[in-house]
Structure formats: C-alpha cells, structure tokens
Design a protein around this ligand. Structure first.
Ligand code: ADP
Ligand code: ASP
Ligand code: MG
Length: 404
C-alpha cells in the first residue's frame, strides 16, 4: 500500500469552497486505496493578518507569544478540513504540531526540527484514519509551542514524509509546479518537469518561494521524493529528483528574485586581520543569516563592508554591528531596504563560460545598475534597486530564451 503526504498551502485552503475541494481530493486519494497524511497551512493570508494584528497591539513582541499567536492559524484550517472530510464520510483526525510529535529546538519564530515522534500518526493510520496535521509548528525541548519560519508548512510535510517513510510528498499550491521564473511575473515562464535537489536548493535559497529552503534541505537529506503541483488543476507538476537533469534543460534553469533582504554597510573599517570575523560571528550568534558580502578595496587603510540580511533581521543586525563598531574602530553603519536580488540558477553553468557576461550585458542594456554580485558554482546573483527587479527577471528570462 502507498503512503502519501499531501500538503496544502494557504491559497489552497483559502475559503470554505477551497477547503471542500481539498477534502474531495483527499477523499478520492483515500478511496483509491492509498494512505494519506495531510498537512495544512493557515487559510489565505491569515499569518500575515495575525502579524499585522501583533504590530497594531504592541511594538514589543516576545517571540514565544508570537509563536502562540501564529500557530492558531493552522489550527483553524486543520479542524475545518477534518469537518469537511467528515461530511464526505472520511474518518479523519487533526493534530497540532506538538500532538504530531514534531520536536524542535527552542529558537522561537524559526525553530529547527530535531526529532519527529510520529507514534500518534502511525496509530491513526493503522486505525484507517486520515491524520490532518497543522503545518509550520512544533513543540520545543522546553515544551513551548514553536514555529518553523515563514513557509514552514512545507518543512512539516517533508518531515512527516521522512518520519513515516512515505512514498511521496505532494506539495499542493496555487501554481502547477516549479517554473523557470515566478509565473506571476513572467507569464511565459516554463514549467519544469523535473528539477534536481541541487538546483532546487539554490532556487529556494534565492527567492523562489514555491518551496521553503528548509523543506528542500530536509527532503534531500532524507531522500523524500517531492512533487510540487496545483490544487486548482490537480495536473501533474514538477518532481524534485536526486539525479542531475541539466542535460534536459538549458544552461540556465530558472531566474529567481528576492525582495526580502536589506543591505547593511559598515563604513571606515580598518583594513587589517581580525575585523570581519567578530562582525559576522556576532551576527551568527544572533542567528542572522547573512547572504551576499562585499568588501571594497582599501583606501588609506580603511574599507567598507556591505552585506545583505533578511529585512526582518535588519534592526537586530544594525544593533549588533553598531555596538561593535566603536571597539573595531569602524565608522557609521548604514542601511538600505530598497534593494532586491535577481539570480540565475542552472547546473549547466558549470560547463558554460559567459553566462555572467550575458547577465551583466542584459542588465546594462536596460540601464539596471548592479550594486553587488555573488556567485556559487550553479548560481549568479546581482543586487539591484528593488523597483527594477521584476523588469530584470523578465529581460533575463527573455535573454536566456527560457520560455516554451
Ligand atoms: P503556498 O501558500 O501554497 O505555500 P507560496 O505562496 O508559498 O504558496 O508559493 C507559491 C508561489 O510561489 C506561487 O504563487 C508563485 O508566485 C511563487 N513562485 C516564485 N517563484 C516560483 C517559481 N520559480 N515557480 C513557481 N512558483 C514560484
Ligand atoms: N502559514 C505559514 C506562513 O504563512 C506557514 C506556511 O504557510 O507554510 O508562512
Ligand atoms: Mg509556501
């Protein structure tokens, strides 16, 4: 017998009709003879609404309370889905992350799963019931409710699939798979039939939010077959696979963009050994994920260091670096939250020189200034003005002829 984990994102359970449509699909899967574990996100924009509410109520948001608040969103959708399934004669039962045995570390708002104790789910499955699990949440080793970071329901689904040894993890969303660019920005974007974990990791890391980065890492580490597909058309989507599929694809597989980061610049940094280390150690200790880093050539013994961080960590970053600056003999700490990053991802790049030249020429022809550049063996990223980034995605998609 096949066991499949089916995860439904916010839009897929956005209203009563959508919840009934999802219930219908789960019921059909069950009646086909497959075992199903369902993972749901909060309905529609619930998580954003709850965050807004928290901001309206207070500027002080203890992370533990934020997690208490945000986890309520997924509780609503899990219980409603079980009710819709009951209406169809399907015996289902809901579980919060804690009840589902998802044990995390104690880092509120971005906890890491350290163990899944799935006994209750196994028992439910054995009894012929459909477990419906609230995504995005767990319980910490300190017994507090935690969340797994934005988009974390994908990670819940993959963790469940790994723990239960599922045959597949299906991620149902509002697009029909992983595309050569965000189809909302490039209407002619091409759906990928298959994409390798290696490329999917870079797509997710550089802003292609169709799968959360953690979920892709988890799936690769635990060999979970991932299938990204639409809960609107139900057609087959994109499989994320272990093998290199670059032979089937152009040199560049996808263009991604990310508007969630801001730039921090530390000016007048003395150009001597032992300066960068304390800055980035202090940021790492505060769990700030630093991305692109640029250090300029030194003039008169001092230099500027610029780096990007998630906007949500900007205040923490400025405070952390600002408090170090005097003892390091550095100058001001400047910030810029009107930047965005556009990236090319493709395993084929390794063996094709000239990809970055074409990228830079394409941006130059459109008068888009490149402010920072970073590369890995299969990715090239440029930081540009945020108000030009969508145009950058479109022209690069055209330049590399990625449409069907
Ligand atoms: P869900 O709520 O189902 O988790 P998300 O909003 O997190 O959905 O992710 C789906 C969205 O990801 C799509 O609506 C699409 O706009 C966006 N997206 C960004 N890049 C890509 C890409 N390369 N392929 C497909 N979708 C993408
Ligand atoms: N509801 C959470 C969010 O909006 C988790 C998820 O949807 O994956 O980020
Ligand atoms: Mg998502």
């Amino acid at each position: 017998m096949t066991l499949v984990v089916q995860k439904f994102g916010g839009t897929s359970v956005g209203d009563a009709d959508r919840i009934r449509a999802v219930a219908d699909h789960v019921a059909r899967t069950r009646r086909n003879g497959d075992d199903v574990v369902v993972v749901v996100s909060a309905m529609g924009k619930t998580t954003d609404d709850l965050l807004r509410l928290a901001n309206d109520v207070s500027s002080v948001q203890p992370p533990r309370e934020l997690d208490m608040l945000l986890t309520s969103g997924e509780r609503v959708s899990m219980s409603l889905l079980v009710m819709a399934l009951a209406d169809l004669g399907i015996d289902a039962v809901s579980f919060t992350g804690s009840q589902a045995g998802i044990i995390t570390d104690t880092t509120h708002t971005r906890a890491t799963i350290i163990e899944v104790r799935a006994e209750r789910l196994r028992e439910a499955l054995k009894a012929g019931r459909v477990p419906v699990v609230a995504g995005f949440q767990g319980v910490s080793t300190d017994r507090d409710v935690t969340t797994l970071g934005r988009g974390g329901s994908d990670t819940t689904a993959v963790a469940m699939a790994a723990a239960l040894g599922a045959d597949a993890c299906e991620i149902y969303t509002d697009v029909s798979g992983v595309y050569s660019a965000d189809p909302r920005i490039v209407p002619g974007a091409r759906r990928l039939m298959r994409v390798s974990f290696e490329e999917m990791l870079d797509i997710a890391a550089s802003g292609g939010r169709v799968l959360s980065l953690r979920s892709v890492e988890f799936a690769r580490n635990h060999h979970v077959p991932l299938h990204v597909r639409s809960s609107f058309t139900w057609e087959p989507g994109t499989w994320v696979v272990e093998e290199d599929v670059s032979m089937e694809q152009p040199v560049v597989t996808a263009i991604t963009h990310d508007t969630s980061e801001a730039k921090v610049t530390v000016t007048g940094v003395p150009d001597r050994p032992g300066i960068a280390a304390p800055i980035f150690r202090a940021l790492a200790d505060r769990k700030v994920n630093v991305d692109t880093i640029v250090q300029n050539t030194s003039l008169h013994g001092t230099t500027d260091i610029s780096f990007t961080v998630p906007k949500v960590d900007l205040a923490t970053s400025v405070q952390t670096v600002g408090s170090l600056a005097p003892e390091l003999g550095a100058g001001e700490v400047l910030t810029d939250d009107t930047i965005a990053k556009v990236s090319l991802v493709g395993a084929g790049m390794r063996s094709h020189p000239g990809v970055s030249a074409t990228m830079f020429e394409t941006l130059a022809d459109a008068g888009i200034n490149i402010e920072m550049i970073s590369t890995s063996s299969i990715r090239i990223s440029c930081v540009v003005r945020a108000d030009r980034v969508e145009e950058a995605v479109r022209i690069l998609h055209a330049a590399f002829e990625l449409s069907d």
